[in-house]
Design a protein around this ligand. Structure first.
Ligand code: NAD
Length: 270
């Protein structure tokens, strides 16, 4: 068990699938109360809640871990304000925010519309900022320590052709993480990010479900395989815990070596 997580209240955005769902389950296993944000998929959110309670409590009917479903679009300011208020009212406080909600649009950069570009930025970057702002306001009011973890991407540093809005949003997330970390370090609020590499989730159905495409993706990963959502969630649990009490402003790359660039494994220049 990680130190300092039992009894903490955690809000995970976009927690009805993929990495967010795995983070919700793992933090519940560590004894956190879990607020599961979803935008559209009530069914997915309910699945997450069932998994949270099953993993946290096992055979016990009650184990002290509470869970909560909170609908809301992180791109809408009013939704974010209402969401954080609901969590604080229902659970009493909010200690851990996981900014996980994210979308991507594939389009050549010269063809992407202003609306499409804005949409990706408004969910991935502005949404993360708004959730952080509301959480920080609450932490300062209650004079509490807290943790914010942004789910970034290896595309925080690797350019990604055809996905310019996504690359820009994750690049921006690096400075969102660092700026907030610096601004609130003295108030006991730690802000970090994880940067997943290629991970098996619904966002990647196009290649995870196709053996040939999957082999191509995995050939670019030094460790030779895609990552799992549980591997992402394990790092989040560590960063959120008191074992990481002295870590702030960092992005932890969890990518099987992807950012080491597999093509450079063999020397190709004299
Ligand atoms: P996913 O599509 O399963 O999860 C994204 C979640 O965000 C979904 O549940 C979706 O409903 C939710 N969401 C989208 N827009 C929202 C909004 N406006 N408000 C609230 N929720 C919203 O895919 P995933 O792979 O689990 O993605 C989670 C995060 O991980 C994303 O930020 C993504 O960029 C990041 N990431 C994923 C990978 C990967 O390979 N899967 C790699 C790097 C980073």
């Amino acid at each position: 068990m990680m130190q300092g997580l039992k009894g903490k209240n955690a809000l995970i955005t976009g927690a009805s699938s993929g990495i967010g769902q795995a983070i919700a389950v793992r933090l519940a296993q560590e004894g956190c109360n879990i607020a599961i944000n979803y935008r559209k998929s009530l069914e997915g959110a309910e699945d997450t809640e069932a998994m949270v309670m099953q993993k946290a409590c096992g055979q016990m009917k009650e184990c002290g871990v509470k869970s909560l479903l909170v609908q809301g679009d992180v791109a809408k300011e009013d939704d974010v304000i209402a969401m954080v208020n609901t969590v604080v009212n229902q659970l009493g406080s909010l200690d851990i925010l996981i900014n996980n909600a994210g979308i991507q649009i594939e389009r050549p950069s010269h063809e992407i519309s202003a609306e499409e570009f804005d949409r990706v930025l408004s969910v991935n970057l502005r949404g993360a900022f708004l959730c952080a702002r509301e959480t920080i306001k609450h932490l300062l009011t209650q004079n509490r320590f807290g943790v914010i973890i942004n789910v970034s991407s290896v595309h925080e540093i690797i350019p990604r052709p055809l996905y310019v809005s996504y690359s820009v949003s994750k690049g921006g997330m690096e400075n969102l993480t660092k700026t907030l970390a610096l601004e609130y370090a003295h108030r006991g609020i730690r802000v970090n990010a994880i940067a997943p590499g290629a991970t098996v989730t619904p966002i990647n159905e196009e290649w995870t479900d196709d053996p040939e495409k999957r082999a191509i993706v995995e050939s670019h990963i030094p460790m030779g395989r895609a990552g799992t959502t549980d591997e992402m969630a394990a790092s989040v649990a560590f960063i959120a815990s008191d074992e990481a009490a002295y870590i702030t402003g960092q992005t932890l790359f969890i990518d099987g070596g992807l950012t080491l660039y597999a093509d450079f494994r063999e020397a190709w220049s004299a």
